[in-house]
Design a protein around this ligand. Structure first.
Ligand SMILES: Nc1ncnc2c1ncn2[C@@H]1O[C@H](COP(=O)(O)OP(=O)(O)OP(=O)(O)O)[C@@H](O)[C@H]1O
Ligand SMILES: [Mg+2]
Length: 245
């Protein structure tokens, strides 16, 4: 079996005396989609932020294709390009078109001719159904469309892994579907993804593996049908009872 794309080894993270991650171990294979579920405060966002080194970890290691990217002093630019992240708030610049928002980072960072970046980014807009909207400004787009632009902005850096933190949480219910369909498409294209979500239906439909977090540890993990129909741990059972009724 090839080495995992991403390996988390004994991750620990505290804020003051709040031990938020208390020993997280995980292996993610290329092309796998992992969904993190768990109550508010269980550590899902912190875990995502520790993976792409937005937060320094206190102990343990994050290995990307075998390279320890959590080593102190490492240049984090390449790491953040290889591991993209999208948050609940899409934070597009209001004074720039969708296209300009997406082009900003690749033009600054990637060694690529401007025309090449533009062609590649336009193709991304087309691929995700936003070809007609790329010249619009954020306030001319719906929340769902803006969030899709934010996903395209992350993809424009050609990441190998994508992290998504509750990216549908701020959207009106009727707009959630269009963002989830982007994730569905990325999964079909073989992107490696880790997603923190409260959308249990989506986790059940699309995850290769669901990890239930509680109190900074992964209490239980497995294929969605196993986790959702026959959870083994009392804490998982209680959580699912509270969210699925
Ligand atoms: N920058 C920070 N400084 C101090 N404490 C933090 C910080 N970020 C997170 N925490 C704390 O870490 C704990 C876990 O928070 P985290 O945001 O990871 O949970 P979560 O599982 O993503 O919750 P939610 O479902 O509400 O998004 C919480 O107790 C939170 O208050
Ligand atoms: Mg969170």
């Amino acid at each position: 079996m090839p080495e995992a794309k991403l390996i988390l080894r004994g991750l620990h993270k505290s804020f003051g005396d709040n031990d938020v991650l208390r020993g997280i171990d995980m292996e993610v294979q290329a092309g796998e989609m992992i969904c993190l579920i768990g109550a508010s405060g269980s550590g899902k966002s912190t875990l995502l932020r520790c993976i792409n080194q937005l937060e320094p970890i206190d102990d343990g290691a994050v290995l990307l294709e075998g390279q320890d990217i959590s080593e102190p002093g490492l240049d984090l630019g390449p790491v953040r390009r290889r591991i993209g992240i999208v948050f609940q708030s899409y934070n597009l610049f209001p004074h720039m078109s969708a296209l300009e928002n997406v082009l900003l980072a690749p033009r600054r960072v990637l060694q690529e001719a401007p025309a090449a970046s533009r062609a590649r980014v336009e193709a991304l807009f087309a691929r995700f159904g936003l070809g007609e909207h790329m010249e619009k400004f954020p306030d001319q787009l719906s929340g769902g469309q803006q969030q899709r632009v934010a996903v395209i902005r992350a993809l424009a850096m050609r990441p190998e892994i994508m992290l998504f933190d509750e990216i549908t949480a701020a959207l009106d219910p009727e707009l959630v579907g269009e963002v989830l369909s982007v994730l569905r498409q990325l999964r079909e294209e073989g992107m490696t993804m880790i997603l923190a979500t409260h959308e249990m239906g989506f986790a059940r439909e699309l995850a290769d593996r669901v990890c239930f977090m509680d109190g900074g540890v992964i209490v239980e993990e497995g294929r969605p049908e196993a986790i959702f129909t026959a959870p083994q741990m009392a804490r998982t059972q209680a959580f699912l009872r509270s969210v699925l009724r």
